[in-house]
Ligand binder design. Structure first.
Ligand SMILES: NC(=O)c1ccc[n+]([C@@H]2O[C@H](COP(=O)([O-])OP(=O)(O)OC[C@H]3O[C@@H](n4cnc5c(N)ncnc54)[C@H](O)[C@@H]3O)[C@@H](O)[C@H]2O)c1
Length: 251
């Protein structure tokens, strides 16, 4: 499939996990792709790499400008950089709330703000934000993280409304628990990593974790010119976790 032939894309958090799988899939489908990440040491050609922190407006503006100059334009932004947080509403102090909101929500705003003038010049402009199942289902011990991903979902709808008449589509993906380095770090911290992994797998009706490639496929679907009539939607990639209510096995 070469639906991205001639298109130029920027993927934040593109050095690892879902972002990396997305960047590689877009290249395979014909795009030229720039990765914006805190650490780009693992990023190899044909991906272009730009080191930036999405909490730092100046570094975002510089990286977006450099990527647009090198790519020769910009058609697709995948706003994917994000960090986790654990605990109930009582467990994180104000600084932690501001830090995680700054990366997960305001980070996407900064990247979109810097990219918009360039997207307006594109005939196939699309933004895809990475939200989460945590935006639409109540998960225990994820108060702060869920608040950020709920904000990303609402931001996606508002941005879709603001920019539809400029020809810029805005959608989001809502992954379930996905098998990325992020989850590897989470499991490594658990008292019994194997039991924790089994619990996460069992929580998804498909009985397994989602792969980064499966999320990348959904991002590419939403970013593709083939989805030119799709805007203001969220696409669950969660093994059925949001939509299905199964009976226990054998009942
Ligand atoms: N893994 C999951 O189960 C899961 C589920 C739902 C949603 N998500 C979301 O998917 C996205 C990607 O997660 P992942 O699992 O691939 O994680 P990951 O940790 O493998 O990758 C995240 C990338 O974002 C980069 N990043 C973090 N903070 C940054 C900053 N301030 N500036 C620039 N780059 C920064 C990291 O360096 C890293 O390369 C996140 O937004 C996450 O919330 C993940």
């Amino acid at each position: 499939m070469s639906d991205f032939e001639g298109l130029k894309a920027l993927v934040t958090g593109g050095a690892s996990g879902i972002g990396r799988a997305t960047a590689e899939l877009l290249v395979a489908r014909g795009a030229q792709v720039a990765v914006l990440d805190l650490d780009t040491s693992s990023v190899e050609k044909p991906l272009l790499a730009y080191r930036a922190d999405v909490t730092d407006d100046a570094s975002v503006r510089e990286a977006v400008a450099a990527a647009v100059a090198d790519l020769g334009g910009l058609d697709v932004v995948v706003n994917n950089a994000g960090i986790g947080a654990q605990g109930t509403v009582a467990d994180n102090d104000d600084d932690e709330w501001h830090r995680v909101l700054d990366v997960n929500v305001v980070g996407m705003v900064r990247v979109a703000r810097a990219a918009l003038p360039h997207l307006r010049e594109s005939a196939h402009a699309a933004i895809v934000n990475t939200s989460s199942i945590a935006a639409t289902a109540g998960l225990p011990q994820r108060a702060l993280y869920s608040a950020t991903k709920g904000a990303v979902y609402s931001l996606t709808l508002a941005m879709a409304a603001d920019h539809v008449r400029e020809g810029i589509r805005v959608n989001c993906v809502n992954p379930g628990t996905a098998d990325t380095p992020w989850i590897g770090r989470l499991l490594a911290k658990a008292p019994d990593p194997a039991a924790e992994r089994a619990a996460l797998e069992a929580r998804q009706p498909a009985g397994r974790l989602v792969s980064a490639d499966e999320v990348a496929g959904a991002v590419a679907y939403l970013a593709s010119p083939l989805s030119g009539a799709t805007t203001g939607t969220s696409l669950a990639v969660d093994g059925g976790m949001q939509g299905l209510r199964l009976r226990p096995v054998g009942q």
